[in-house]
Design a protein around this ligand. Structure first.
Ligand code: ADE
Length: 227
């Protein structure tokens, strides 16, 4: 799959996109991530990308021209499944949405700044608006990195052990069970006996039971309508 990210701060995305799982996924040829500097598409002589808002409310608004030109140049090369705008008033990101987007071929993600992008882009060009939570970030870049990471890690072949994305929290509306590693005892703290028993069925039963208990205690909302 291919993801094109539009931003005025490309450097902010260098870290998240060039390290760890995303870097490995790119190296394995499982995904391509392209970052585009919106400013380089500005036809303004000072390469401006924002302007005062009509109606005089505080804060600058990102203009249509550079964003639309960038999108059109990408669309001239290939078809896009979604044009996503990262915004705190978008649909709140859930695992199901990341899974669904991971099945797409080409995605565009627009990162906003200041007071956001001109609303006409949202009405006429954007096909999906996503928020990563009820708080306001300085720009959409960190949100775009979160969205991209959550999409790429569920692509088949990205994680070494393919089942491990499937056993993540939220994949089945349950929090993940607790995990432990060696040594079996440290500081007097011991790993639950059952996990050391080697009895696969018993271990699985224990994991399912603890996942359900933790979800009931910490995130009962995830179980609503399921029990
Ligand atoms: N841009 C600023 N805040 C955001 C948020 N919470 N989610 C997505 N994009 C954002």
């Amino acid at each position: 799959m291919r993801i094109d990210v539009l931003t005025i701060l490309p450097r902010l995305l260098e870290g998240p996109f060039n390290d760890s799982i995303l870097q490995r996924a790119k190296e394995k040829g499982l995904c391509e991530i392209h970052v585009h500097d919106i400013r380089s598409f500005s036809t303004d002589k000072h390469r401006k990308v924002d302007d005062y808002s009509f109606g005089g409310s505080a804060g600058m608004v990102m203009t249509i021209q550079p964003i639309l030109d960038c999108i059109n140049s990408l669309k001239a090369e290939r078809e896009y499944d979604e044009i996503i705008y990262m915004t705190p008033d978008g649909e709140q990101l859930k695992q199901g949405r990341s899974n669904q987007l991971s099945l797409k071929k080409n995605l565009i993600i627009i990162c906003g700044h200041y007071k956001g992008i001109d609303h006409r882009l949202r009405e006429n060009v954007v096909t999906l608006e996503i928020s990563i939570g009820d708080y306001v970030l300085s720009g959409g870049e960190l949100a775009a990195a979160v969205l991209t990471d959550s999409i790429i890690r569920v692509l088949p072949g990205v994680l070494n052990n393919e089942t491990s994305a499937l056993t993540d929290s939220f994949q089945d509306n349950l929090l993940a069970p607790p995990v432990y590693t060696r040594p079996a005892e440290y500081n007097g703290w011991v790993v639950p006996e059952i996990l050391r028993s080697g009895d696969f069925n018993k271990i699985q039963e224990w994991q399912e039971k603890t996942a359900l208990e933790r979800t009931r205690k910490l995130r009962p909302d995830l179980l609503e309508g399921e029990e």
